[in-house]
Ligand binder design. Structure first.
Ligand code: GPK
Length: 807
């Protein structure tokens, strides 16, 4: 048995704890309890068991007087927590048994929990995986973000087109958080800076309060728990009674409405930055609250500001919290009397910045006028930072330029380390976006390849495979994932491979049941499940996947008795509401599905499925059920990818380009266990310089030309034949993401996939080797790298290997 810092509990005793909450927290008895009441009672009973390890961790952190890590992120894409907490506490079976004894269905209760979607995609989910690993590793850490009232919008399809409705995870009480009304900070906006008396004074025009909500994050086996602290905006004056008494009810609640707006809704733009004033306010709101909070903690422990960087590591998840630099400098200067140079150097030693994309539309820049009107004091401080940077480094790179404040440059200059998220991406960061700054600050840019938590993304979401792994190599792998390598020895063992395939088949059946119940869609579990799930973006090339599907459909129709491998093409993902082309692609996928799925000639061989409202919980069902993982972005565009790691870990080989972490995944699993195609990043750049490259690629490929003609002529949109002419013309005129150029290579790679899949033994072996060889992509490894190379932070629990020695 693992050494648990939580006392073991019997199902009977835990059942009594659930009933106590039912009665005293929910005010219900068993005969009146609804599903909601059971879910809340179970969650609160589990949360109770997190509290002691949480207190214990806090106590050890204070005693150690060491370093705390502060992870600042606009997004935490958490998903559901019941299973996560139960599993980390080692209480999954106890919870199941307790509920069974109470006549309740555990699975149904788990599925009732809303998906906490405080993020868009990879960046937000990475933050959630990092929180899990920080706790598992016992590194004292706080996640800081925004407690959005509405998370990522819900997606519905209306005649195939995406519609968005507000998400309402907080409509019901959130079981896991602790409200901290006593922890709140004023956040100022606007006004002017008065510099008459030598020392500048900011006279803000508007102030809101940032109020804390804490969620404990429990690590593997309950050994450690950190805090996710999310800020909610509240008015300084709750209610204007004078207006109310005058009968002006709208004016009476105006301050509250205004403040609440700030933490009302998550911006749904993934990688595109819209430059909206409210977004800047959100960024400053949570960043300022977080910096004030960590400074208060440091000073309350008697810290000396000269030693701040020995106790505080602040990681900026992308540029969204880049205002942390000037904010920390402001507080050190204006409130604590440090001079500019000391303030800047102190701040820089605390700060580090992670870059997540090279896409130009994702690099945040604010119109200087807007920035100055909202943050006048910070505008002045950025000028001071820029002056110091230019003077000290001899650099010619400006932070404020052409009437814009450039947040990437600001984050870079104020960070002692800047990292990319895969080997290829980090190289490209050095060569492209930050080429000049890389020359001016050699060694500042480093790599930390992304990772995923194996607790959620294998142990929890894939019970059949978990069981097989436990039986085969023991149970120490969930926090030491490279142990999966031990499975390799069984890759030639037919009995093992049969069981590996049986686990996959069970997951495919689970997905089929789920889809049948949810959408009435029937899947053939013997077909290959070919899955592309991620945000819809031109660079991710869902369109290329669809074009290949149509080409395949054409060929099956022409040769219906051919030796085809049955496939289900599964798509999942949302488009930013304002991203017109991405929404056209969604519409086209759905239109195509309607026609192809109804074709009696191909129905048993090819099916397209696009379930609405893809989210973390859906990923937990789809990924274990996938046979093939689609990672087909234009080389040089996907910074890392993390879905690619999840699929490989769950035994789905990749069809993919040499992009992001695909490169490293392929090195780990072996080139023979990866379906590679397409241009390299260097070839992509070269091809773009060639005139008319898209039209020439189409001319060279009759197969592709035919598909494009079909779409353009309205084959898939008979009621509106011109619906996709713009999309197809765009492809021919400026196919920036080289869909046309990589199409043939992709089609050919898919046929190699068909061939291997038809040989079940060969396929299963390849799938098993994927699982066995991707242990390196654990976020525990990633966080160990950040702790070593960026934070110099250490674990306050005995490492798992030394614990083994003790045992
Ligand atoms: C990158 F810049 C951004 C962004 O705004 N949102 C986002 O999800 C993703 N990302 C990258 O696109 C992925 O390649 C990467 O794996 C992920 O961030 C985490 O680093």
């Amino acid at each position: 048995m693992p050494d648990m810092s939580i006392p073991p509990v019997t199902p009977q005793d835990f059942g009594a704890e659930i009933l106590r909450h039912l009665k005293h927290s929910l005010g219900k008895d068993e005969s009146h309890a609804a599903l909601y009441d059971w879910r809340m009672s179970l969650s609160l009973a589990l949360r109770d068991r997190v509290v002691d390890p949480w207190f214990e961790s806090t106590r050890k952190t204070y005693e150690a007087r060491g370093k705390r890590v502060y992870y600042l992120s606009m997004e935490f894409l958490i998903g559901r927590l019941i299973e996560d907490v139960a599993i980390n506490l080692g209480m999954e079976e106890v919870a199941q048994a307790a509920l069974a004894e109470l006549g309740q269905d555990y699975a149904k209760i788990v599925a009732d929990e809303p998906d906490a979607a405080l993020g868009n995609g990879g960046l937000g989910r990475l933050a959630a995986c990092f929180m899990d690993s920080l706790s598992t590793l016992g590194i004292p850490a706080y996640g800081y973000g925004i407690r959005y009232e509405h998370g990522l919008f819900e997606q519905h399809f209306e005649n195939g087109a995406q519609m968005e409705t507000a998400e309402t995870w907080l409509a019901q009480r959130h079981a896991w958080e602790f409200e901290r009304p006593e922890v709140s900070y004023p956040i100022h906006f606007g006004g002017h800076v008065d510099e008459a008396e030598g020392s500048p004074v900011w006279h803000p025009e508007e102030t809101v309060m940032a109020s804390a909500y804490d969620t404990p994050v429990i690590g593997w086996q309950g050994r450690w728990a950190n805090t996710l602290r999310l800020w909610s905006a509240k008015p300084i004056t709750a209610f204007d009674l004078a207006s109310f008494n005058r009968g002006d009810y709208m004016a009476a609640s105006a301050p509250e409405a205004l403040a609440r707006t700030i933490s009302r809704v998550l911006y749904p733009d993934d990688t595109t930055k819209t430059g909206k004033e409210l977004r800047l306010k959100q960024e400053y709101f949570f960043t300022s609250a977080s910096i004030q909070d960590l400074l208060r903690r440091f000073l309350s422990e008697g810290g000396d500001l000269a030693e701040l960087a020995d106790h505080v590591a602040i990681q900026l998840n992308d540029t969204h919290p880049a205002i942390a630099g000037p904010e920390l400098v402001r507080l050190l200067m204006d409130e604590h009397g440090l001079d500019v140079a000391r303030a800047i150097s102190t701040a820089r030693r605390c700060l580090a910045y992670t870059n997540h994309t090279l896409l130009p539309e994702a690099l945040e820049r604010w119109p200087e006028e807007l920035f100055q009107s909202i943050l006048p004091r910070h505008h002045r401080i950025i000028q001071l930072i820029e002056a110091a940077h230019l003077a000290d480094s001899g650099s010619a790179v400006r932070i404020i330029e052409h009437g814009e404040v450039k947040m990437g440059e600001l984050a870079f200059v104020m960070a002692h380390k800047v990292n990319g998220v895969s080997a290829l991406h980090s190289d490209l960061v050095k060569e492209t976006v930050f080429a000049d700054l890389n020359r001016d600050y050699p060694g500042r840019i480093i790599n930390q390849t992304n990772g995923i938590t194996p607790r959620r993304w294998l142990y929890s979401c894939n019970p059949p495979l978990r069981a097989l792994i436990n039986e085969t190599i023991g149970t120490a792998w969930p926090d030491d994932l490279q142990q999966l390598e031990g499975l390799s020895a069984h890759a030639g063992d037919a009995a093992f491979l049969d069981r590996f395939q049986a686990a996959k088949d069970a997951n495919k059946a689970r997905l089929a049941d789920w889809l049948k119940a949810r959408d009435g869609v029937v899947l053939d579990p013997a077909a290959m499940f070919d899955v592309q799930i991620k945000r819809i973006h031109e660079y991710k090339r869902q369109l290329m996947n669809l074009l290949e599907t149509i080409a395949l459909w054409n060929e099956i129709r022409e040769n219906p008795n051919g030796d085809w491998t049955p496939r289900v093409k599964i798509f999942g993902g949302k488009a930013a509401p304002g991203y017109v082309v991405a929404k056209e692609i969604i519409h086209l996928i759905n239109d195509t599905a309607k026609l192809i799925n109804a074709d009696p000639a191909t129905r048993d061989l090819l099916q397209i499925v696009y379930p609405e409202n893809y989210n973390v919980s859906m990923a937990e069902i789809l990924i274990p059920a996938a046979d093939l993982s689609e990672q087909i972005s234009t080389a040089g565009k996907e910074a890392s990818g993390t879905g690619n790691m999840k699929f490989a870990l769950n035994g789905a080989p990749t069809i993919g380009t040499l992009d992001g972490a695909n490169v490293e995944i392929r090195e780990c699993v072996g080139a023979e266990n990866f379906f590679l195609f397409g241009l390299t990043a260097a070839e992509v750049t070269a091809r773009r310089a060639e005139p008319n490259y898209a039209r020439r690629a189409v001319e060279a490929s009759p197969r592709l030309a035919r598909v494009l003609k079909q779409i353009e002529s309205g084959v898939f949109s008979p009621s509106d034949k011109g619906r996709y002419s713009g999309l197809i013309q765009g492809l021919l005129d400026h196919d920036y993401f080289l869909v046309t150029c990589d199409f043939d290579s992709y089609f050919e790679a898919q046929r190699r996939v068909d061939t291997v899949f038809a040989d079940q033994a060969a396929w299963t072996r390849m799938a098993a080797l994927n699982t066995a060889r991707v242990g390196w992509f654990s976020s525990d490894r990633t966080i160990t790298g950040y702790a070593r190379d960026i934070w110099t932070a250490s674990s306050l629990i005995a490492s798992r290997s030394s614990r083994k020695d003790v045992a």
